[in-house]
Design a protein around this ligand. Sequence first.
Ligand SMILES: Nc1ncnc2c1ncn2[C@@H]1O[C@H](COP(=O)(O)OP(=O)(O)O)[C@@H](O)[C@H]1O
Ligand SMILES: [Mg+2]
Length: 288
Amino acid sequence: MSTVVENTSGTPMLEIRDIKRDYHVPQGFLKPDKTVHAVKGVSFKLETGKTLAIVGESGCGKSTLARILTFIDEPTGGELLIEGKKVDTRPGHLTAEMRQKVQIVFQNPYGSLNPRQKIGDVLGEPLLINTKMTASERRDRANEMLIKVGLGPEHYNRYPHMFSGGQRQRIAIARALMLNPKLLVLDEPVSALDLSVQAQVLNLLSDLQEEFGLTYVFISHDLSVVRYIADEVMVMYYGEAVEYGTRDAVFTDPQHDYTRTLFAATPRADVDSIRARMAKRGKLVSAG
Ligand SMILES: Nc1ncnc2c1ncn2[C@@H]1O[C@H](COP(=O)(O)OP(=O)(O)O)[C@@H](O)[C@H]1O
Ligand SMILES: [Mg+2]
């Protein structure tokens, strides 16, 4: 890891130290299990309100890391700290408070939405499980959140199949925000969407980040998206972080050969067209 992320003052929202995840894959009768080192010791610090983008090819360990950061999976080594507090990630040891602070948004919201559940109930469910709010309080909060993500109360009684891909991703984001989390881990949240819809959802995410002071870990294999959304960038390669730095440092002066290869593989036209689109919407902050 060559480029250094400036150590600003204050306790980081999220810090991980040497996080590892091995999987033992059975090979069949009498054969020893194969060990997959999916994440091989990754560390970073992320300040409140910032976005860390994690980039890398399919299979490099991004989703494994996402599951660890959101307590869905347990690391086989290393430490995870939220607001300076070490999290006990063992099953049954996680506090409800910790679970509420960190939420995940997946690439395919359809897969994570129950087709028989009305959107209002999808949004109300985290409140039903985790709070003592009444049905009408839950309804109000769900309607409020629908508006925040660019939908409306008219969508409350509809089912997931009645929405477009972009709208479903807005619903997934709304659900993730129902318990006022501080950290969102977004695993390829726009990768399944058309380019124009991608831009809209990215804009929504940056508006929500500003409004709620959210911290994002944003996973993507798309460098043009990363360039738009990230404050800091980590490049993963076979389970390792081979590059970690501020967005501008990584994009202007990549240190690792793999990062240069990754950048070279991205057609320049792609980057230019998305930047032009963002600029038109007045959302492009700084040129890189
Ligand atoms: N539950 C699992 N059991 C065994 N191997 C896994 C499991 N989850 C992921 N892996 C392996 O770990 C590696 C990283 O996978 P993943 O985190 O999904 O990568 P990415 O999200 O970057 O595509 C891959 O080799 C994958 O096959
Ligand atoms: Mg993945």
